[in-house]
Write a protein that binds this ligand. Sequence first.
Ligand SMILES: C[S@@+](CC[C@H](N)C(=O)[O-])C[C@H]1O[C@@H](n2cnc3c(N)ncnc32)[C@H](O)[C@@H]1O
Ligand code: SF4
Length: 403
Amino acid sequence: MPFVFESGGHTDALDLDVPHLGAYVHVPFCESLCPFCPYHKERYGNGSLMPLYLDAVTREIESVLDDNDMRLTSVYFGGGSPALAGEGISHILDAVRRHAIIEGGVGVELHPRDVDEQTLKTLLEAGVTMVSLGVQSFDSASLAALGRSGDPSRSRDALRMLAGVGFDVIDVDLIFGIPGQGADVLARDFKQACDLGATQISTYPFIDFSYASNRHRPVSEGQKRALMSELLRAADVNGFERGSVWTFRRRGTAAYSSVTRDNFVGFGPSATTLLRDQFKINTFDVEAYARLALSGKSPTAYTLKFSARARQAYWLFWSCYNMDIGRTRFQELFNEDLDAAFGTPLRFARLLGIAADAEDGYTLSATGAYLYHVVEQVYTRQYIDKTWRASMAQEPPRRIVLW
Ligand SMILES: C[S@@+](CC[C@H](N)C(=O)[O-])C[C@H]1O[C@@H](n2cnc3c(N)ncnc32)[C@H](O)[C@@H]1O
Ligand code: SF4
């Protein structure tokens, strides 16, 4: 079914009275820009835009979270490189806490170069409990093929420091399918992350986004498939279990999951929001975003209005990513029985060996997870390419159609 985004947004307040609401804050600055990365960010330079960004994002939070009795499952900071905001993280969290109780943890994405004594102190004082370190690979040749600057020993030191502090969740991002990165290199990357204290390892297939400026293309899908089998082996040997199609967790530890959630509200340039009947994307340009947020207007650039059925299908798609299609969760979210809504496709998926029965609903089989991995790469590439292109155009189109 096609998903259609219309430019602009609603003028009404967002309906945040939804189960399991999480929050996401996008910090769109990086010290240097990695050629493979499609996420929205600008060069930090002398940091001149940071005060404007911080004023605008706290203002957006204040105007969206106007209820004083809200509950948020978690707050995640992503980017970009959120640590560049320094004490700003604490100010943003103060704004959130003035309106909401954060019941679970606070997570922050970190570039290895961000990790030092001062930053860790700032994060701990702000109440950060979960971190995600963008290692990509501990292998110099793989980093060079990606065009990622930095020395792998810096990533190792950073991970040791994070483990020493004892955050509840320490995620390490790895990329697989980099040209020249054999299965042995990937298995070594996985093991090093485990040995140095990761509680979760996110393993993303290298995707060649049209926004990126990759000098080397990812390996073929067939080679990625072999590498995925290697990851399953490495997880098993190191005592990690699969938490989703692309993540593995040390047994008994919690997940780092910023936007694969039932409902979330996003703040900052390019941040997205997913609620009962809509998905929206904020304006990308930092100054344009700030002008809107500071004048009390919604900084929404595009909104997708879901029909009830499309919203359920969207939930099903992301539940497949988490390999957990929960019956109770579906009932709670949609007040409907999962089998009444999706009984036929789910039975069919079981017959084909894509899905299997679980205690409370269904799970994806290894074959199902592989198929999902193929589809998800196509979906992510199209979603990012189309929405980013439209959002950054001089004359943005009125509609974006996905599929
Ligand atoms: C917002 S980014 C990075 C956070 C942090 N700034 C850093 O560089 O460490 C989140 C993750 O997306 C993944 N990623 C970025 N570009 C990718 C690509 N082209 N293909 C696959 N994964 C990618 C990387 O693993 C990265 O750590
Ligand atoms: S990978 Fe991280 S540091 Fe590199 S451009 Fe993307 S967000 Fe910035």
